[in-house]
Design a protein around this ligand. Structure first.
Ligand SMILES: NC(=O)c1ccc[n+]([C@@H]2O[C@H](COP(=O)([O-])OP(=O)(O)OC[C@H]3O[C@@H](n4cnc5c(N)ncnc54)[C@H](O)[C@@H]3O)[C@@H](O)[C@H]2O)c1
Length: 331
């Protein structure tokens, strides 16, 4: 069935991939983004150019924190689904720039929730983050593990889950929170380790290894994340114990989307060295405030609900990323 879908953050890394896939599936996609300067706008514009080639895609430059403009958007359109990926991302940036997280991630999120409930959107899917688990040591992390967020970014994502839960409870607005684990791949974010390390190695610069490199992440390839989101689009959480969701007293669910196996930073660097043929110059640094030591997703809830689990191993995903990087930056 063809649907009208709003994708926020469509010029971003994950949003651009999701919007492209939804257009390919035959849906009409309205993409929204404020094209902010958190990282190179050229990269956002290049992603957007690619999207604009598809006649099923329309772009609207708008800030989700602008309450009036968001109200107008939902008055003008009827969306069957909203995939909300716009946010101020980044753990470290939130330490020095707290207000932008409040504007985009809290104010912006209320505007999305209000728009969805007023115009009766069939299903809201929104990006949460593995960072909500924070310093929880219950590895691998299940959706019902304690959440102990340690940065304002993580707090804003946990707050989104609680806000969505309350809208599901109060107004019956169906919503699914996507706890995404360190996503990487072609068109990836320049502030994240796979991108930064690749750039540094190809340029011959040193790379910073926080906590001396003694960290691990459940690196998740972009195509697997997109597949997980597409699979969940029509898994609408409903009341009652048969919804398959773990918090099923209201039509709200949260799912981990992660590869399901953590890799150390040393393994990540090894993959990039093989893919680029360059060697890393390592600078060991102390642990960054707000960061966590390890992430590791339990993806059994996602698999039980959709039959899908992420499958791209790190070396294969990094090869694809490096290939894209070399082509895009002529490196
Ligand atoms: N990439 C990851 O590893 C990862 C992990 C966990 C969660 N997430 C979440 O997934 C979502 C997408 O992440 P991403 O990696 O694609 O990040 P991204 O920064 O590449 O994309 C976010 C997009 O949203 C836009 N945006 C930001 N604030 C906005 C606002 N106020 N109004 C309109 N547009 C705005 C930005 O311009 C950007 O294009 C985010 O919510 C992020 O927090 C990402």
């Amino acid at each position: 069935m063809t649907m009208n879908i709003l994708v926020t953050g469509c010029a971003g890394f994950i949003g651009s991939h999701v919007a492209r896939r939804l257009c390919q599936e035959g849906h009409q996609v309205l993409g929204l983004d404020n094209l902010n300067g958190y990282y190179a706008i050229d990269l956002k514009l290049a992603r957007l150019d690619l999207l604009m080639e598809n006649p099923r895609f329309q772009f609207r430059k708008q800030d989700i924190a602008d309450t009036q403009a968001m109200r107008k958007l939902f008055d003008e359109h009827r969306f069957d689904r909203v995939v909300h990926l716009a946010a101020q991302a980044g753990v470290r940036y939130s330490i020095d720039n707290p207000h932008v997280y409040v504007d985009s991630n809290l104010q912006g999120f209320v505007n999305i929730l209000e728009g969805c409930r007023r115009s009766v959107v069939g299903h809201l899917l929104y990006a949460s983050s593995s960072s909500v688990y924070g310093i929880s040591r219950a590895l691998p992390l299940r959706e019902d593990a304690p959440t102990i967020p340690v940065s304002l970014y993580a707090v804003s994502k946990r707050a989104n889950e609680m806000m969505a839960h309350s809208y599901a409870h109060l107004f019956g607005q169906p919503a699914t929170g996507l706890r995404l684990f360190t996503v990487y791949g072609p068109w990836g974010r320049p502030d994240m380790a796979p991108f930064k390390f690749t750039q540094a190695m190809l340029e011959g610069w040193p790379i910073d290894l926080y906590n001396g490199g003694n960290l691990s992440r459940d690196f998740t390839y972009i195509d697997d994340v997109v597949e997980g989101i597409v699979q969940l689009l029509n898994c609408i959480p409903c009341f009652g114990p048969k919804s398959g969701a773990r918090d099923n007293d209201v039509p709200h669910a949260t799912y981990n989307i992660g590869f399901g196996t953590p890799s150390s930073l040393a393994e990540l660097i090894g993959c990039i060295e093989s893919a680029t043929g360059a060697s890393a110059i390592r600078h060991r640094k102390r642990m960054q405030p707000g960061d966590v030591y390890d992430t590791w997703a339990d993806v059994s809830a996602l698999e039980a609900r959709t039959g899908f689990r992420p499958k791209t191993p790190l070396p294969q995903g990094i090869d694809s990323f490096v290939q894209w990087y070399r082509t895009f930056y002529r490196a």
